[in-house]
Design a protein around this ligand. Structure first.
Ligand SMILES: [Zn+2]
Ligand SMILES: [Zn+2]
Length: 133
């Protein structure tokens, strides 16, 4: 069981099973949303993830695919928790930095390397995609 939560403790979540993929995303939306150089995202089937506590939602319509992404975060402390694509595939992204123990989840893929910051060094042997995978 994978568990995590926000900075203030108001939101806690758990995920069953292993993520489908762990990816670094260097897109500008992830950069702004995370307040960092890139996001580390764990992709799950939505049904595998549950949470307690209230999530605030921002409907991010400025996406490359044109499908909105629901950015779900703790309205109290602002920690980004989930990103939920609205493309009907039923997938949910968990923001790796909110895991209780992120260390085991090594990203094997980088996406949107076309907008990666010039000083970011991608791990050797990682799959890299200039845009989306
Ligand atoms: Zn919080
Ligand atoms: Zn992104």
């Amino acid at each position: 069981m994978i568990e995590g939560g926000c900075n203030c403790g108001a939101v806690r979540y758990r995920a069953e099973g292993d993520p489908i993929v762990v990816a670094q995303c260097h897109c500008t939306n992830c950069r702004r949303q995370s307040g960092s150089a890139f996001s580390v995202n764990l992709l799950f089937k939505g049904a595998a993830v549950s949470h307690d506590g209230e999530l605030s939602v921002y409907e991010d319509k400025d996406t490359f695919s044109g499908n909105a992404v629901l950015r779900k975060f703790c309205g109290r402390c602002g920690s980004p928790i989930f990103s939920e694509p609205t493309d009907g595939k039923g997938l949910l992204i968990v923001k790796a930095g909110t895991l209780d123990d992120p260390a085991p989840f090594v990203p094997t893929v980088s996406v949107w390397t076309s907008t990666a910051l010039p000083w970011v060094v991608l791990p050797e042997g990682q799959y890299a995609f200039e845009k989306n995978a």
